[in-house]
Design a protein around this ligand. Structure first.
Ligand SMILES: *Cc1c(COP(=O)(O)O)cnc(C)c1O
Length: 391
């Protein structure tokens, strides 16, 4: 049976004829970079996410780096993030020469725990070293506790950079993620994410000054508009560097793909939602902990992660993983807690530091969820999981 089936990946981009036409049109146009399509994409993304400003960048990792720099993160600064995330959520602080620390997760949502954050802030205040930036992550597409985190940010004086790499199109209390509460929200447009530009990222912010600073950081710290010059105007050729920026721009080719994909965001989202609902029904009687549903939060369903409940099955996660892979199903594990990576251990972290993230990781298994997954594929995933768990 499995030999006749194609391999089912955990995620896969969906590229339409319209996407291909949009990219082709750019290739035949005058501009491959710094043309009209990127601003169009930014405008459309800002509208869809209820944001005053949106900036397209090379990828979300670059976006996280820029967001930290926009808030002056540097040597001596302190950044906190969730251990249950991709490496980039923490690495961005180290790019700036800052110190990184983590806040353990809420085992129900698998996001940064609100109670853990509040407790850690109080301790940090007593010790006299509060974080400058906190980077909560909307894990699997489920928005984190944004309203409460905003309250803590205002009380303790840190900035919120929301890593919404999983959460394009998600909603929190009826408003799109990226529209409010966070100081900057960072989205990823990598090929496995909700919509893609191949590689790409988008930053949203409500604050015009932050947006302007991000614009400088994206392109060498350089301005070309005479109105923004600080020095003397020497002629029409003049450009002025005002801070140390990077080349973190998005190409027109990427923007064309991203803009075209954005037109289908609602439809793609609806399909993910349907598939997640169907997984919930089909998996209900298995020895699994299913993803939490949180009132007034609409997940983008980037990932559908189950936890193997060891009190109800003797089969270990590693065994289930191997059996599923042998059946041609591209199950995955998100995430190895960042602080347990060799690089972070060498910086003083160790296993046991964030026990809830570590316990979650021991049991987690990501099932395939993407727009190209058929009902038949999904049934096959469920049947295979049922027999893998039976031992
Ligand atoms: C994918 C991802 C990133 C990095 O995104 P890129 O666009 O690949 O740089 C950062 N954080 C999280 C949580 C991610 O899933």
């Amino acid at each position: 049976m499995s030999s006749e089936r194609r391999f089912i990946p955990y995620s896969r981009q969906e590229v339409s004829a319209e996407d291909i036409a949009a990219v082709t049109a750019v290739l035949q146009s005058d501009f491959l970079t710094q043309g009209p399509v990127t601003p169009q994409f930014e405008h459309a993304f800002a509208q869809r996410h209820g944001a005053a400003h949106a900036l397209a960048v090379a990828n979300a990792t670059a976006g996280l780096h820029m967001a930290c720099l926009a808030f002056g993160v540097g040597p001596g600064s302190l950044v906190w993030t969730s251990p249950n995330s991709f490496l980039a959520s923490a690495n961005c602080a180290l790019y700036c020469g800052a110190d990184i620390d983590f806040v353990d997760i809420d085992p129900a949502t698998r996001n940064m725990g609100l109670a853990a954050l509040a407790a850690k802030l109080e301790q940090a205040k007593q010790r006299g070293r509060l974080p400058d930036v906190v980077i909560p992550v909307d894990f699997a597409g489920l928005p984190c506790d944004l309203r409460e985190m905003r309250g803590l940010a205002d009380r303790y004086g840190f900035r919120i950079v929301e890593d919404a790499s999983h959460a394009t199109g998600a909603a929190y209390e009826g408003q799109p993620v990226g529209s409010r509460h966070a100081d900057i929200t960072v989205f990823s447009l990598h090929a496995v994410k909700i919509i893609t530009a191949g590689e790409g990222g988008m930053l949203t912010t409500a604050d015009a000054e932050i947006a302007e600073r991000l614009r400088l950081l994206r392109s060498h710290g350089m301005v070309r508009d005479a109105g923004q010059f600080t020095g003397a105007q020497q002629g029409g050729w003049v450009y002025e560097q005002q801070l140390l920026g990077f080349n973190y721009r998005m190409t027109e080719i990427q923007a064309a793909l991203g803009l075209s994909q954005l037109q289908r965001l609602d439809a793609l989202q609806a399909r993910r939602q349907q598939m997640a609902d169907r997984y919930d029904r089909l998996l209900a009687d298995l020895p699994l902990i299913l993803p939490a549903r949180v009132p007034r939060r609409t997940s983008a369903w980037h990932l559908y992660v189950v936890e193997i409940d060891g009190s109800r099955t003797p089969v270990a996660r590693a065994e289930v993983f191997d059996r599923m892979r042998a059946a041609g199903i591209g199950v995955h594990v998100h995430y190895i807690p960042i602080h347990t990576q060799p690089f972070y251990r060498a910086r003083g972290f160790s296993a046991g530091d964030f026990p809830l993230a570590e316990r979650y990781y021991q049991r987690a298994l990501t099932l395939p969820l993407h727009p190209g997954l058929t009902q038949d594929d999904q049934q096959y995933v469920v049947d295979s999981l049922r027999s893998a768990l039976a031992g």
